[in-house]
Design a protein around this ligand. Structure first.
Ligand code: ADP
Length: 636
């Protein structure tokens, strides 16, 4: 007699089939997980009764019959009695495995059983791809077997049957292909193999399948002209790797094993720069195997790049790219996380609570930071190579979080500096600062050489201070979020209030400026809106002019901001620019004499000097033709 499913089952089954799962192919993962759970249960019971263990060891088999269009999954696990077939497979949302887990995991102990099933719905996912399921099952220790059969929502039957093995055999009658769904692919060896690799590679029992192969049967070089002869033969293959690499102890894993796992799994031709393999115990226990790649993928710095780690629950893959496990500033990290503690959503494609992920993500962030710092301290060359690829991401990390990630990231930054034009950390910079030096100086330009050649860099270097060279657009924005490091302020060498003069020197230059005020004002007038003022300075060594900026926006920042979308608006942020003229340069005397003798020429000189200073700062000139004519008229 046909029995009806318990629960509001028709509706429920329909919902299951059509809406719980995003990917139909997941049915295979569910049935394999059930088989693995069943074997776990038999194994668990055999611990107290050795006679219950199978003779040839535990395994799961997959068989395909293309003519009958059936896919069969057989396990030699605990099997089910007639009652269990009725209760476990006849009641949707009843999980025999869930109950088993609760019953056997009570109390403290390290040998808790790690079972995958918990919702009692996975089995029904098979109805997404098949019209009918037959389950042949003999419970461990029993002499009789039963067959459960159902074609979906109209109910099921359980009848005695002949089945010689202990365990269960699930026969799926695969649906006919439709326009949208090619169900027949689930009868294809290659497809099955790839699904097992993808979802069930780390099921700890062998998943076996007979695979048809071909071999040559004539002597290979027998007769050049004769057609080579082949024969087909069947070989039983184990489709899964079983022991996940990350479950093994790091001391037993060779560098080659780590590397080839990375290259196979994450499709990278190059070996990783660093492997991070660790285990965490706590509110959420997990294992993580993380890799820092050597090279950034082509699309790393554009929108199409997707960050994320693979997420496993007890060796079964749940999500291919779990975004929330990685903060943006470490988005370059590849790898996986496996946790037995995850509360999965009913489809086991997502999680019920994201606080578990948050706990894991926090741990992972901390670990990556520690490992990067270690790399920086212990293997500087590798770290510098890493930084060339991904340093920009760390800088963005500080900038886009408004400095909130400062503590995580500031000690991972590197900048080339004036000392040896090599990379230094902020810590290295500050530990070498002399006592009288108050600020951390930096110079911005397109390249290290250009920054090194700035007149103002020369001035600061002349004081014996080291200068950091900022060559990336984000650099100055990043340090504007950092504000300070180790109590020291950052200062652009092109800042107008650059604090490198002694009190006496300051007084002297102030006096000169005071005396020349009228002349300097007239020069400002001749230049127009481009500058806020013109001043003499005594810090430029042999260089005649430079531009400096007052306030929070430097000329470099203005350059970057003017390229951003919306920069044409009236509220365009502008640097307040000061033209500085070297008071010790012969040009200073020339200007003074022109102020006495030829004010028009002084105006031309002012404009030329301003244009020169703009060129030195890497800024464009509004009217190059006019400038060229002016220079020529002076030359003649
Ligand atoms: P879950 O695996 O989440 O518990 P399922 O709907 O997949 O839910 O399975 C329901 C129950 O049926 C399982 O909990 C288990 O008790 C039983 N079951 C399913 N497959 C097998 C199997 N191959 N061998 C033994 N019992 C099984």
């Amino acid at each position: 007699m046909k029995k009806q499913f318990k629960t509001e089952s028709k509706k429920m089954l329909d919902m299951m089939i059509n809406s719980v799962y995003t990917h139909k192919e997941i049915f295979l993962r569910e049935l394999i997980s059930n088989a693995s759970d069943a074997i776990d249960k038999r194994y668990f019971r055999s611990l107290t009764d050795a006679a219950l263990a199978p003779e040839g060891g535990y395994s799961i088999r997959i068989d395909v019959d293309k003519d009958a269009k059936t896919l069969t999954i057989t396990d030699n696990g605990c099997g089910m009695t007639a009652d269990e077939l009725e209760n476990n497979l006849g009641t949707i949302a009843k999980s025999g495995s869930g109950e088993f887990k609760t019953a056997n995991n009570e109390g403290e102990g390290t040998d808790k059983i790690d079972i995958i099933g918990q919702f009692g719905v996975g089995f029904y996912s098979a109805f997404m791809v098949c019209d009918k399921i037959e389950v042949y099952s003999r419970a461990v220790g029993e002499t009789y077997a039963n067959k459960w059969e159902s074609s979906g929502a109209d109910g099921f039957t359980v009848t005695p049957c002949d089945y010689e093995e202990t365990g269960s055999k699930m026969v799926l009658y695969i649906k006919e292909d439709t326009e949208n769904d090619k169900y027949s692919e689930y009868l294809d060896t290659y497809k099955i193999k790839s699904l097992i690799k993808k979802y069930s590679d780390y099921i700890r029992y062998p998943i076996m399948m007979d695979v048809e192969k071909q071999r040559r049967i004539d002597e290979e070089n027998a007769d050049e002209n004769a057609e080579p002869k082949y024969e087909k033969y069947i070989e039983t293959e184990t489709l899964n790797s079983m022991v996940p690499l990350w479950h093994r102890s790091p001391s037993d894993i060779t560098a080659e094993e780590y590397n080839s796992f990375y290259q196979d799994k994450f499709y990278d031709f190059t070996e990783p720069a660093k492997v991070i393999h660790f285990k965490a115990e706590g509110t959420v226990s997990f294992e993580a195997l993380l890799y820092i790649p050597k090279k950034a993928p082509m699309n790393y710095y554009n929108k199409s790049f997707e960050k994320g780690l693979q997420l496993y629950s007890s060796g079964v893959m749940i999500t291919e790219k779990c975004e929330s496990l990685l903060p943006d500033h470490f988005s370059f990290v590849r790898g996986l996380v496996d946790s037995p503690d995850l509360k999965l959503n009913i489809s086991r494609e997502t999680l019920q609570y994201d606080h578990q992920l948050k706990v894991i993500a926090k741990n992972i962030e901390k670990k990556i930071k520690t490992e990067l710092k270690k790399l920086l301290e212990q293997d500087r060359d590798t770290y510098e190579e890493f930084f060339k690829e991904f340093g920009l991401q760390l800088k963005y990390g500080i900038y886009t979080s408004y400095g909130m990630n400062k503590d995580v990231l500031e000690d991972l930054l590197l900048y080339k500096s004036s000392r040896e034009k090599k990379y230094v950390t902020l810590k290295e910079y500050t530990t070498l600062m002399s006592e009288e030096q108050k600020n951390i100086y930096y110079a911005c330009a397109e390249s290290v050489d250009a920054a090194d050649m700035l007149p103002q860099t020369d001035a600061v270097k002349g004081k014996g201070y080291e200068v950091l060279y900022f060559t990336e657009e984000v650099d100055e924005f990043t340090i504007s979020m950092l504000r300070e490091y180790d109590g020291k302020q950052f200062m652009n060498v092109c800042a107008e209030n650059l604090d490198i003069l002694t009190e006496d020197e300051k007084n002297a230059i102030n006096e000169i400026n005071e005396k020349s005020k009228d002349m300097l004002d007239s020069m400002k007038e001749a230049i127009g809106e481009g500058v806020t003022s013109v001043k003499f300075t005594s810090t430029l060594n042999e260089h005649p002019v430079c531009l400096s900026s007052e306030g929070g926006i430097s000329t470099e920042m203005e350059k970057v901001l003017s390229k951003m979308p919306g920069a044409d608006s009236e509220f365009k942020p502008k640097a307040e620019i000061v033209l500085e003229i070297n008071s010790n340069h012969p040009i200073a005397d020339k200007l003074r004499s022109l102020y006495e003798s030829d004010k028009d020429k002084l105006a031309d000189y002012a404009q030329i000097l301003y244009a020169q200073a703009r060129l030195i700062s890497g800024l464009s000139i509004a009217n190059p033709t006019e400038l060229s004519n002016k220079i020529c008229s002076i030359m003649l």
